[in-house]
Design a binder for this molecule. Sequence first.
Ligand SMILES: CC(C)(COP(=O)(O)OP(=O)(O)OC[C@H]1O[C@@H](n2cnc3c(N)ncnc32)[C@H](O)[C@@H]1OP(=O)(O)O)[C@@H](O)C(=O)NCCC(=O)NCCS
Length: 382
Amino acid sequence: MKSKGESSASLPAPKSEGLAGVVVADTNMSFIDGEKGVLKYCGYSIEDLAANSTFEEIVYLLYRRELPNKEKAEEMIQTIGDARKLPSEVVKSIDSLAGKTSPMSLLRTVVSIIGHFEESVKLENLPDKALRLIGQIGTAVAMIDRKRNGLEYVKSDSKREHADDFIRMLTGNEPTEIQIKALNQYLVLLADHGFNASTFSARVTAGTLANLHAATTSAMGTLSGPLHGGANERAMNMILDVGTPEKAAEFVKECIEKKQRIMGFGHRVYKVDDPRAPILKSMSKKIWEEKGDMTLFETAEAIEREVKTAKPGLITNVDFYSATLLYGIGVPPDLFTPLFAMSRVAGWTAHTIEQYGNNRLIRPRARYVGATDRTYVPIDKR
Ligand SMILES: CC(C)(COP(=O)(O)OP(=O)(O)OC[C@H]1O[C@@H](n2cnc3c(N)ncnc32)[C@H](O)[C@@H]1OP(=O)(O)O)[C@@H](O)C(=O)NCCC(=O)NCCS
């Protein structure tokens, strides 16, 4: 339907603040039922996918809307593995900026710089370009952390799965089976989620026919905010500050009295617990059991219990137990949002391709509520 050309002052008031509940486009990737707590990718339940699939299979699924067979899944591991290399100019920018700005700001810049080294391509070749970006972001996150800590870079190993190779490139150590499984589940669970704020940004940018790296850079900026991708870092810092399960009750009481937001709780779409949260909770528990120290995990559980008692309607979202899972693997809190980007880039790029495939410029209206008909006063008379 074409829009009408009314004046912005005669437009009706927004139906909801923040576009809550407004349907902006069709997608055939994520199905979300916020009332029942259901999430599916292309018809497959998130529980089945998290338990059985690799991140590479999910990338294939989001790009092609079907799960790969064994051979295709192996090809995908190789393709993303081969892509875990960065142009030398990009490495130079990490060399010069790591430690001087936040990892998330630098990663956003890195994505933008990578765009300079990609030729513009036809729509049918876009998935190759997008797959390269998925591999490159993983390497960039690991390199940013190692450089700022004065450590040598660890060369990527294209034969390994993304989760496995990332932990190795980040820590320099051979990851355990549980660590690989945990990170893989995290990457699977965060890969797509309908029109969340960052994906919407990517689609708005793609809707102007700007290129894939421009769309991904927009998405990265949007993800960085504390009400979206930045929540997991803050959730972890909160759990660390609380420190022990016994201090959880007092902490939550104080937050509620001061009307402070508790990070990792609440969601725009889910009215019952986010279906990703219990999966991450159970995997996170395994990580801490392997480490032989349950204090932080039990502190998180105690905070969750207190929040549910004090505010029964406030649901646990994906960020809360993402925090304990990532920290347990050895990821520092200020790298959490870059890791979110490392997963969500699968969804952003798939949505960008979906947008190009059936594009119309996304350009809503704002109702004008300011002064009208004022008399212009020359500057020396104001
Ligand atoms: C995610 C979030 C931005 C959704 O926001 P929203 O749909 O716009 O919901 P609102 O901000 O209107 O919140 C509705 C009510 O719940 C309360 N609320 C929402 N999240 C809350 C939280 N994390 N802690 C305490 N109260 C919260 C609000 O204060 C508000 O209460 P009020 O009606 O008494 O004023 C919000 O829940 C939030 O800020 N959560 C913390 C950040 C976070 O974890 N983000 C990651 C999301 S996956």
